[in-house]
Write a protein that binds this ligand. Sequence first.
Ligand code: GTP
Ligand code: MG
Length: 683
Amino acid sequence: MSDNVGSGPRTVALVGPYTSGKTTLLESMLYVTGTVTRKGRVPDRNTVGDSSQEARERQMSVEVNAATFAYNGTRINVMDCPGSIEFAQETLNALIGVDFAIVVCEPQTERVLTLSRLLHFLEEQNIPHALFANRIDEATVRVAELVEALRPLSKIPFIACQVAIRDGAKATGYVDLISGQAYGYKPHAASDKIAPPDTIAERRDSARTQLLENLADHDDSLLERLLEDKIPSEEEIQGYLRASLAKAEVVPVFMGSAEMDWGVRRLLEMIVKIGPSPADSAARKKIDMANKAPLVQILKTYITQQGGKVSLSRVWRGHLADGAALSGGERVGGLYTLVGVQQNKIAAADAGDLVGIGRLDKVVTGDTLSAADAKIEPLPRAPALPPVYAFTVRAEKREDEVKVSGAMSRLHQEDPSVALDHNADTHEAVLWGQGEMHLKVSLDRLKHKYGLSLATSRPRVSYKEAIKKPIQQHARHKKQSGGHGQFGDVTVEIKPLPRGAGFEFHNAVVGGSVPRQYVPAVEQGVREFLPHGPLGFPVVDVAVTLLDGKYHAVDSSEMAFKTAGRLAMAEGLPLCGPVLLEPIYQLKISVPNNFTANVQRLVTGRRGQVLGYEPKSGWDGWDEVSASMPQSEMHDMIIELRSITLGVGTYEFKFDHLQELTGRLADEVVNAHKQALGVAKSA
Ligand SMILES: Nc1nc2c(ncn2[C@@H]2O[C@H](COP(=O)(O)OP(=O)(O)OP(=O)(O)O)[C@@H](O)[C@H]2O)c(=O)[nH]1
Ligand SMILES: [Mg+2]
């Protein structure tokens, strides 16, 4: 393989909204190239792209799947990415490794916003991309209208490279604007060349002018030629498109039907002819190609059903042989090209290839590797999406508890956007991820791969309690039961502290009424009471001062004073006006600005407060709403936020402060907690 511009394999990702037809498009590509002899269908649960049990059961992609095949002698690597927003991390991780992305979407105009986050990411990361308007077999909206609707979502111009030929509303073929040739679609077969119908001449000419003018915006020599009325040839137009696409200056738009295999051969041809090559991508990513050491980045990690680890890797530079020693003390333990779950062993891979590498035990998705003795130049990773949804998990069977941490760590390797967190306040194991579906798929994966069943519940809120008024409290612990008795007597002041102050203990005893050596025991007794205050929650923002006490020369002991300290709290705290405190979080909610008013309603509907909003920096047409909200209202907030924003709204949060909760809501919390404790005790 040479490194000349234009040569080498191509690595593309199929991305785009949920159910736009990416997996079907990959299947069609495999079918038309003869890689599979029988075309699978998503509803039939037999596609190469959706190979896992979790994907098949839901008839949706839940992780990246790769397939390598040849088209007219060029190797093409395709990563079929999930469209659901809940699996977006997979897509981002894959996209950093592509030569370019093919955004697959439906020709419709009402829901174009569903593409906005993806288009923003591609633009921000300078990843070349084309658009494939799929489902042309059932489309009623023209591609020109789709392009028009998409315009506000991207600074990079979309340019139609094809116009549909229609019989009534039904697409029957297309005119290719690059060659000028017209084609008639045939079901599941290559299109026929046809004479373009007269009715299309006007649309074709104006679309072609648009195409050329857009390209001329990036090329002065083309502009001059157009001014002189010299129309470039098919090869020349391809050359201009190639040059502009490699720099992500234009988004060429193609069309077809993955279901009918329409326009798929043409798309493959375009991948080879106008798609950026590995050398273009290396230049775009500023990879030092003078250095010959292999440079490899991990885009996805699989743990196979047999327990082996395969790291899907983009080779950016150099030659990688099976068995080669790598940075970090790892060694290539098997090299494969992949067609879904099928692994084809190969001896070596070169720049531009997308391969599975076996047994890289310590390596995780996003890592960059090089030769063992080479200086490592880490490539940027995809940004990590902040978690937005959680539930608690625990092993359904006691004997499975030992399996949890190992299985979780493997789960996290395969999908870095799911993570287990131990909540120190509620002592719960909390599984965080991108949504309900995401976590359910994760649990299914644990069950299918590791035989681990987890029970789930809604995470508890980290309520606390404090007091409202100071008191003095006397407490005596006295027991006489033969031999040594027990005697401790204390008087303490219990006093509220300002919010956030925590707990303080002071000793104000004068004259030795409580001997010095027993004071720490009193403090210990007081502290022991704090985790479960009168309302049942941890007590915060309280100062306790030991004022006075009595002791007995024989019967006093540390134990007795500790007990007295605890008693003083148990008797005193309920008299101090205990009050429930609920955690309040600060949120930054990002949405397209036509949804800002709806978000304000969402916040107030959940006892939140909108603190303000402003245009989101770097995101044209988006707002960032600042708000505060009780933690108890946030559990399923992402579900509502997505449902009112076509799925694109998201938020980040952090703990801000504790706030008093009184009245009916507080009573409900306290009663529910007491009931839960009662159930736990009797169980
Ligand atoms: N009529 C028609 N249906 C299609 C076409 N492409 C896909 N479909 C159907 O649309 C549904 C979704 O297709 P998928 O290929 O699973 O879509 P996807 O983009 O991979 O979906 P996710 O991976 O879940 O985001 C399936 O039932 C397909 O059979 C098409 O070109 N025309
Ligand atoms: Mg899919």
